[in-house]
Write a protein that binds this ligand. Structure first.
Ligand SMILES: Cc1ncc(COP(=O)(O)O)c(C=O)c1O
Length: 486
């Protein structure tokens, strides 16, 4: 691939530092001298010299025409996009910009009900009217599956004016939907496919990984390069591959959601992560896949443990799985995912990405070591010795697919007058909050939706069982914020 061994932003900053400038710009720490020695004693000084701003050498993210433009162009070329952008406020701001670009106030946007909360923020900003679409549930693992093209078609038949479909693929657990078929349906209706690919920036670099969103027809997608590649936390990218997107508006929206002082360490980390993927991506993914597959086979051999694999493909709308993710369950030993996560860390210093009621999740990357995977496997083997198979946990997963009356859009609800009331008095009221029992993390209520008796009964069961409930201000759902005077 031509030119991909260059790192224009890294080189531009290096060249600037080599001029040994008398520095009178922001940031005030003057390259490295002004950083607390408490910190530099721990981490060294050199890196702070790269925390610069828009110097004559280092270009401007909001109006790129030098090193940043070149670095973004290399990224675009690598992903075969029409245009690619560096993001310094994570995929969060990319999702917001995508939704702001897709629809104006009052226009309809189809949106997967399990979307990350940044999608709700995008809806609040844009004023678009959400039309929700439910992911399937993979009962055996208590997880969300995919969205199918048939579901998407049915929803377009009822809402043909939807401007876009927003969905998450792959999910946190590495589950992908059939984006190719979904993109075809969206485009038949003249709508854009917007993909939150926060967990999928690496998919493009190995044939044993599912295809990426851009390869399957997505118009816009956002990737958290910090989640699985070598970029620093908060560093994401947005790609466009479409004739449906108004690029000027997209760029303006990126100005709205990003800092006017974008961090050069983050942007340099994107430049270097792109370089590594371009030059070594296939080997990096091979390494991650081999480590994960080795661990998956060993964990599956442990009595009482299970580890999700290819067998779930085709179920619950699942078109593919990213095998570098290890979804591990010890429910046959009576351990919830939360308990297993705690034991793994407290007793073995094995730190998982997350836990849910049934599972724990390990993200395996090229930068993990065999020794780390061995520690995880050994810990699971020891745990299996200590816990008996008699105490199975019974996991009742939410079967009900409730979508209730939408009285206000998320934006209208956000700007409405609200008040707090006791949860016991909430039937019939309009929620100002999103409430999502976790797992599976699908919001049962979005801001602006009516809390019907059916919805209340459903959530009440979770509340009484003291299950995790996301979105409730007090974390316990004893009180709820509702829209006043409606
Ligand atoms: C599916 C999904 N989308 C978006 C985000 C937000 O990404 P970021 O942390 O890069 O802002 C996350 C964060 O975990 C996520 O899991």
């Amino acid at each position: 691939m031509c030119n991909q061994d260059r790192t224009p932003l890294l080189d531009a900053i290096t060249n600037f530092i080599e001029t040994k400038p008398a520095y009178f710009r922001i940031p005030g720490h003057r390259l490295e001298r002004g950083i607390s020695s408490k910190w530099t004693d721990k981490v060294g000084k050199e890196v702070f010299a790269y925390d610069v701003t828009e110097t004559p050498f280092t270009d401007d993210l909001h109006s790129p025409e030098g090193a940043i433009e070149e670095a973004q162009e290399l990224l675009r070329e690598l992903y075969d996009a029409d245009k690619s952008f560096f993001l310094v406020n994570g995929t969060t701001c990319g999702n917001e910009a995508m939704l702001l670009s897709a629809a104006f106030e009052g226009q309809e946007v189809m949106i997967a009900r399990n979307a990350h909360k940044s999608a709700m923020m995008g809806l609040i900003m844009s004023g678009a009217k959400p039309v929700y679409i439910m992911p399937e549930i993979l009962d055996e693992w208590g997880l969300q599956g995919g969205i199918t093209s048939e579901q998407v078609r049915r929803t377009f038949e009822e809402h043909p004016k939807c401007k876009a479909l927003f969905l998450v693929s792959p999910s946190y657990y590495g589950i992908t939907s059939d984006l190719k078929a979904i993109a075809d349906v969206c485009h038949e209706y003249g709508a854009m496919l917007l993909v939150d690919e926060a967990h999928g920036g690496h998919l493009y670099f190995h044939e044993e990984l599912p295809d990426g969103a851009l390869e399957q027809g997505a118009d816009l997608c956002v990737q958290s390069m910090h989640k699985v590649t070598g970029a620093l936390t908060q560093s994401s990218v947005l790609h466009m591959k479409s004739h449906l997107v108004d690029v000027e508006r997209l760029v303006t929206n990126l100005h709205i959601v990003q800092s006017t002082s974008p961090n050069y360490l983050l942007m340099t980390s994107l430049d270097c992560a792109r370089y590594e993927l371009a030059v070594h991506g296939t080997e990096m993914m091979k390494q991650a896949l081999e480590l994960a597959e080795y661990a998956r086979a060993r964990i599956r051999a442990i009595d009482g443990f299970s580890c999700m694999g290819q067998e779930v493909m085709g179920q619950a709308g699942i078109a593919g799985i990213d095998r570098t993710r290890l979804v591990i369950s010890a429910k046959e030993l009576g351990l919830t995912g939360f308990a297993l996560e705690e034991i793994l860390f407290e007793r073995y210093a094995v730190n998982m990405e997350l836990a849910d009621y049934e599972n724990v999740l390990a993200i395996v990357t090229y930068a993990n070591t065999e020794d780390e995977l061995e520690r995880l496997i050994k810990a699971c083997e020891e745990i299996a010795q200590k816990y008996s198979k008699e105490e199975k946990i019974t996991c009742e997963q939410p079967k009900l697919r409730l979508i209730t009356e939408q009285v206000l859009t998320p934006r209208q609800a956000y700007f409405a007058k609200t008040e707090e009331i006791m949860w016991q008095q909430a039937v019939g009221k309009i929620s100002a909050e999103m409430i999502a029992p976790y797992p599976p993390g699908i919001p049962i209520i979005y801001p602006g939706e009516r809390i019907t008796q059916e919805v209340w009964d459903y959530l009440e069961k979770f509340r009484r069982e003291k299950r995790h409930i996301h979105g409730s201000r007090d974390g316990k759902l004893e009180i709820i914020r509702i829209i006043k005077d409606v």
